[in-house]
Write a protein that binds this ligand. Structure first.
Ligand code: AMP
Length: 118
């Protein structure tokens, strides 16, 4: 069972923000911004590449509710999902990162130094 499925089952503790029958939002253990929330479907889906339009549609609504609950709507936030190895996906269970709570840096790709890109 993957680490996020264990969080859904309560086998691994998490700092929950919002939950319904299909989705869970909790604080990232290693935040990259003042607010860093992870949103996951309770059904095990590997990545955005595999998600159905039905789950994605409902998940979009849930993500908007989480952002609203965290007070991010007025000033904005960033929504990221990493896909596969090149995307930097460490946990192979679909998750969206909600980042906010301050002005976020956006690095642009530099051809000769890929490590300087996000
Ligand atoms: P990614 O690199 O997109 O797969 O993101 C995985 C995220 O999961 C990282 O930001 C981790 O800090 C986060 N993470 C891993 N384990 C936990 C955990 N037990 N509770 C909360 N966040 C976690």
């Amino acid at each position: 069972m993957c680490i996020f499925c264990k969080i859904i089952d309560g086998e691994i503790p998490s700092n929950k923000i919002l939950e319904d029958d299909n989705f869970l939002a909790f604080h990232d253990i290693n935040p990259a911004a003042p607010v860093h929330v992870l949103v996951i479907p309770k059904e095990h889906v590997v990545s955005f590449n595999d998600v159905s339009s039905e789950i994605m549609g409902n998940m979009s609504k849930f993500i908007q509710e989480v952002a609203n609950k965290m007070g991010l709507n007025e000033n904005g936030y960033r929504l990221i999902t990493n896909i596969g190895d090149d995307g930097g996906q460490e946990v192979k269970h679909l998750h969206f990162h909600i980042l906010g709570g301050g002005k976020l840096i956006w690095n642009h790709y530099e051809q000769n130094d890929p490590h300087k890109s996000i």
